[in-house]
Design a protein around this ligand. Structure first.
Ligand SMILES: Nc1ncnc2c1ncn2[C@@H]1O[C@H](COP(=O)(O)OP(=O)(O)OP(=O)(O)O)[C@@H](O)[C@H]1O
Ligand SMILES: [Mg+2]
Length: 230
């Protein structure tokens, strides 16, 4: 089943120097449970594409369906609700609240939802186990190492049980040992049925033992799409 469908997605940015095409005629589908790498050099359009998949930005034209919902047409208020329940995002700089504890950071996405504190803490425990960060549950996040901060960001992305996890340059700020641990967590997520999309140019992913599909982006366009099986 296709969980994500993009049809002729275009994104133009309008600046004082004129318009700039960041995505051109992007068409592809992602099946539920796939691990997809968006690969391309700096400026090729990876973050723009992830933002559109996440519903954080809207395409200039084209159709995007995520889990059966035509998200380009959803009004902002419904879009943020949709995102909260369907999408988990791991940002390059993690975007954690530094003076809150690991557990507090992880449960923040649940605040707008009608979930009891008991249930929120139970879920946080579960997600911390998946992300291997349970041993730091009560520590303030400003004391954590880069790899640990990222694992908090992963647990937070999982807290509302979204089907889709999007990661932007997840290993850019990690040493190799932590980057490898990240790919191990991604493997766990695929094993529990999540759909994962990662924007990266880190060879670690295509040299790892993950079953991945690589979509190559160059100058705002898809130039290749291939499956790498191990
Ligand atoms: N808000 C904006 N206004 C104008 N141009 C933008 C805007 N956001 C991105 N761009 C341009 O769109 C292009 C694609 O940017 P994007 O951030 O998607 O690239 P990227 O592939 O993620 O690069 P990197 O690997 O450096 O993160 C770049 O040339 C960028 O300058
Ligand atoms: Mg980027």
């Amino acid at each position: 089943m296709n969980i994500i469908e993009l049809e002729k997605i275009n994104k133009e940015y309008y600046t004082k120097d004129g318009s700039f095409t960041a995505l051109k005629d992007i068409t592809f589908c992602i099946q539920e449970g796939e691990c997809v790498i968006l690969r391309g050099i700096s400026g090729s359009g990876k973050t723009t594409l992830l933002s559109i998949l996440a519903g954080l930005d809207r395409p200039t034209s084209g159709k995007i369906t995520v889990d059966g919902e035509d998200i380009a047409k959803l009004p902002d208020i419904h879009l943020s609700h949709f995102r909260g329940h369907h999408i988990g995002m791991v940002f390059q700089h993690y975007n954690l609240l530094e003076h809150l504890s690991v557990t507090e950071n992880i449960i923040t996405p649940l605040i707008p939802m009608k979930i009891t504190p008991q249930e929120a803490y139970k879920r946080a425990k579960e997600k911390m186990e998946i992300a291997n960060i349970s041993h730091k549950a009560d520590m303030d996040t400003n004391r954590l190492s880069g790899g640990e901060k990222q694992r908090v960001a992963i647990a937070r992305a999982l807290i509302a049980d979204p089907k889709i996890i999007l990661c932007d340059e997840p290993t850019a700020n990690l040493d190799r040992a932590n980057a490898k641990r990240f790919t191990d967590i991604i493997k766990k997520l695929i094993d529990i049925g999540k759909t994962v999309v990662i924007a990266t140019h880190d060879p670690l992913f295509w040299e790892s033992d993950l079953d991945i599909r690589i979509i190559d982006i160059e100058d705002a366009k898809i130039v290749a799409d291939s499956k790498v099986e191990v």
